[in-house]
Write a protein that binds this ligand. Structure first.
Ligand SMILES: NC(=O)C1=CN([C@@H]2O[C@H](COP(=O)(O)OP(=O)(O)OC[C@H]3O[C@@H](n4cnc5c(N)ncnc54)[C@H](O)[C@@H]3O)[C@@H](O)[C@H]2O)C=CC1
Ligand SMILES: O=C(O)[C@H]1O[C@H](OP(=O)(O)OP(=O)(O)OC[C@H]2O[C@@H](n3ccc(=O)[nH]c3=O)[C@H](O)[C@@H]2O)[C@H](O)[C@@H](O)[C@@H]1O
Length: 464
């Protein structure tokens, strides 16, 4: 099939590349000329594991193209996906100007080219309930007839950054929101190769489909937030949230995933989607109490680690050197949108701390936000040089088994605030570290740490 993807960001680029991998001919469109130039030169603008191999192959074989011209992409395309931003507006509701603006451009073009034939406009962006109807009305306002010249489909995306390619290639379910049998048939054909293992393609009405996306994200954000609250209580009553997580996760009604307590959820979607759903409910006269609590608790959780650092130093952070490991909002991505690390850095900077950061992939994106206000180390160990504390914000694998001896040698003080619960509290104490994590007991550090223990936990692989 011939497809256009409008918006070549995290979702659009993965969608376009994976559809091309299944043999479709795909044109990706973006208004960002630099991004398109880069993609046409053979460089990926984002870090996403597994994407490169498909991108290179499909470009080479001529199935994947990139352009800044929507008009160039439209004539041939039978299905046009919108993977455009839907950022939160001032009141928390989703800003639909990108989606509706592009829909208008497409409708105008189609009205001027009636010979072009039937096309499906698929909304992949996360949009409030009723958006498919609004898009359909735009097309109708240009005299185009639904079912004959066009159909509008809601097809929410559930991929996670960092595992986006796997999620797209093997979705647990595909949701197709349309009441048009013609559009449903074409969309089903398009997705069948992705669900050969038997996962379902669910066809439903547009509004239920749009709501399904918000309900999924809001539920997951609530699950994480619930665990963060359990963790906060664990700390106060002397329980260990990791044990509790294992204990409840084995109950299949609860499930093992998304139970990791930490420094609050971030990323470009959970915060904005929870806000948008709360706002939609409010607009319809319903106060969605749980979501309000989720947003409040998450704000508090994102400040937690910075407050702990502040208290540990009795409010004296001026000029104190602090190292940060991990900037991305989660591991395996370069994305720093709504990253908890940035909230923590901002708080620490307010108190005059001297911050040195390291992240394997998100340095450039962080530099674009903080510029010269912080310093950027070339390695995880370099960041520790002279630091009075280390704050861990992202669960990158390389932080899981560091050379603890080397860390101690470089740090001015063996003090760690771990927002991702990467290490064992007791073992850290035995190695002489003062170690704080989330929802787990704190043990006073041994004054004479066992050198054998320090040596045995090093992997010696990473170099500064
Ligand atoms: N990032 C994620 O993991 C997921 C995001 N979503 C949703 O997908 C949508 C897109 O999200 P991302 O890909 O993360 O955003 P993004 O910001 O990475 O990409 C959006 C792209 O659209 C381009 N763009 C803006 N206006 C345009 C126009 N008029 N014509 C052509 N291109 C235009 C931008 O230059 C940018 O490259 C959002 O609604 C988001 O909520 C859904 C599932 C997962
Ligand atoms: O709509 C979206 O954009 C996407 O949002 C999330 O995906 P993503 O934001 O990429 O990443 P997640 O793995 O869901 O993590 C989100 C945040 O929650 C945090 N998290 C996640 C899981 C957990 O147990 N604990 C926890 O604190 C992560 O650190 C991160 O800050 C959803 O998981 C996707 O299904 C959805 O498509």
């Amino acid at each position: 099939m011939k497809l256009a993807i409008v918006g070549t960001g995290y979702v659009g680029l993965v969608t376009g590349t994976c559809f091309a991998e299944m043999g479709n001919e795909v044109v990706c469109v973006d208004i960002d000329a630099q991004k398109i130039d880069k993609l046409n030169r053979g460089e990926l603008p984002i870090f996403e594991p597994g994407l490169e191999i498909y991108y290179e192959r499909n470009r080479r074989e001529g199935r994947l193209h990139f352009t800044t011209s929507l008009e160039e992409a439209l004539p041939e395309s039978e299905v046009i996906f919108l993977a455009l931003p839907t950022p939160p507006g001032e009141d928390g509701s989703a800003d639909l100007s990108y989606v509706l603006g592009v829909a208008d451009q497409i409708a105008q073009w189609m009205a001027a080219h009636p010979e072009t034939g039937y096309k499906i406009i698929v909304n992949k962006s996360t949009v409030p309930v009723g958006t498919a109807d609004r898009v359909r009305e735009i097309f109708e306002s240009y005299g185009l007839t639904p079912g004959e010249q066009f159909d509008v489909v809601s097809n929410p995306e559930f991929l996670r950054e960092g595992v986006a390619v796997d999620d797209f290639m093997k979705p647990e379910r595909v949701i197709i929101g349309t009441r048009s049998p013609r559009a449903a048939e074409i969309m089903t054909q398009l997705y069948e190769p992705f669900v050969r293992q038997g996962n379902p393609i669910l066809v439903m009405d547009e509004r239920s489909s749009e709501m399904t996306k918000y309900a999924a994200n809001a539920f997951l954000a609530t699950k994480i937030t619930f665990m963060n609250e359990i963790a906060n209580v664990c700390e106060r009553v002397g329980a260990n949230v990791d044990e509790v997580r294992r204990g409840i996760g084995l109950d299949s009604r609860i499930g093992k995933q998304f139970l990791y307590a930490g420094i609050g959820f971030g990323g470009s979607c959970f915060p904005k989607d929870v806000k948008a759903l709360a706002r939609t409910a409010e607009e319809h006269g319903y106060a969605f109490q749980i979501l309000k609590a989720v947003l409040d608790v998450n704000e508090r959780q994102r400040r937690l680690l910075a407050e702990r650092v502040y208290e540990r130093f009795d409010g004296q952070l001026e000029g104190r050197r602090l190292a940060i490991w991990g900037l991305a909002f989660k591991a395996n991505t370069d994305d720093v949108r709504e990253a908890p690390s940035h909230v923590i850095i901002r708080k620490l900077l307010e108190h005059g701390a001297d911050i040195v950061v390291f992240d394997p992939e998100a340095m450039e994106n962080t530099r674009a936000v903080f510029g010269d206000a912080i310093r950027y180390a070339r390695s995880m160990y370099e960041a520790l040089e002279g630091a009075e504390a280390l704050v861990i914000c992202t669960e990158w694998n390389e932080f899981r088994r560091p050379d603890f001896q080397r860390m101690r040698d470089r740090m001015a003080r063996p003090l760690i605030f771990d927002g991702r619960n990467l290490y064992h509290p007791k073992r850290m104490a035995a190695m002489g570290f003062e170690y704080y994590s989330i929802g787990r007991p704190h043990y006073p550090p041994h004054t004479n740490p066992d050198p054998a223990l320090l040596a045995s936990t090093t992997d010696g692989k990473t170099s500064a």
